[in-house]
Design a protein around this ligand. Sequence first.
Ligand SMILES: *Cc1c(COP(=O)(O)O)cnc(C)c1O
Length: 347
Amino acid sequence: MGAGLLSIDIEAAVANWRALAAHSRAETGATVKADCYGLGAARLAPALARAGARRFFVALAQEGAALRASLGTGVEIFVYAGHMEGDTGIIRDHGLIPLLNSPAQFRRHGGALPGHPFGIQLDSGMNRLGMEADEWAGLREAALAAGPALVMSHLACSDDPADAMNAQQLQTFRAMTEGVTAPRSLSATGGILLGPDWHFDLTRPGIGLYGGAPYTGAQPVVQLDLPVIQTRALSAGEAVGYGRSWTATGPARIATVSAGYADGLIRALSGRATLWAGDTPCPLAGRVSMDLITVDVTHLDTVPEVLTILGPHQGIDALAEAAGTIGYEILTSLGPRYQRRYAGGTP
Ligand SMILES: *Cc1c(COP(=O)(O)O)cnc(C)c1O
C-alpha cells in the first residue's frame, strides 16, 4: 500500500481522559472539535462517552450535528461559536447548546429558540471570544433568570504555569461569576494541570486527551509509519530533491517515503525532522515535497519497509518542535490520504 499508516490508539485517549479526570473533583468533559483534533470523532467520542464523559464541546454547530449522530441523545453538546446566524435549525434539531458570546447572540438565541438550553461564554482577559464585563453586567440578570446550562471562560496562557495571566484570569472569572449557581467552567488541559482553583464545576480538556503538551504525562495516541517506496545510492557531491538543498558528503543512501506536505507533514520540517527505522534515527534529507520525503539511511544495514515519523521515539510535540509549531497543528494537519487504523475502543 502506498499510503502511510496512521494508527490511532483509542484506549490511550480514554486512559488520558481518565487520568485528567483523576486530577480534579470537577466533572471532566471533552473537547472534540475539529473531528477530535483530526483523529476521528466518530471513533473517539463514543469511547470517551462509554468511559463516562457526559459533556462534549465542539467549535461549530455542524460539528455538533455530526457528533450527535455518533453519540445519541444521552450527552450534552456545547458549541463554542455560540448561536450564529443561520444555525438556529441545526441547534434546535440536534439539541445543541450554544455558548453565547455576545449580547447580540443572547438576543438572537432568546428570539429564535425561547426556552432552548444555552450557555454563556465570558471574556476573562483573552480578548478572543466571550462577553466583556460590561456586556455581561447588562444582561446578567436576564441570563441567569433563564437558567444557563453553563457559564464558562477560557485561559490564554495555561500552558505556562508561571504566567501571571493565569491568576489574573482566575480572579476576573471569579468576580464575573460571583453568586452564579449555574455550573462554571474555566479550564482546558492546561488549566486542569494548574490545580484545583482553576477547575470549578466542569473542565474541557482537548489536546491532553490526544496525547499532547502541556499534558506531559499523556499516553501517546498516534503512530505514523511511512512506506519506503524506493532507495538509491548517491556519490559524494550528488544532491537530493527540490532546490538541491541536501548534498551527500560521501557515498550515501537515500530512502524516499510516501507522505508529504499534502498529508500534513508541513514543509517547515524540511532538513529538520527525524524519521526512525525502529530505534535508529534517520535524518530527513532535503525538502519535504507534496507527496514524498527523502531520508538519509546511509547508516542502516537494511532499510525497513516503513520509517516512523510519529511513534515511541518522537511524539507530536517533538515533531512540532522540529517544524517550529505546536502539537495541535501537527495533529489537525494530518491529511485524509493515510490509511487509518484504530486500536481499542470497541464497546
Ligand atoms: C480548544 C478549546 C479547549 C480545549 O483546549 P485544549 O488546550 O486542547 O485542552 C477548551 N476550551 C475552548 C474555549 C477551546 O477553544
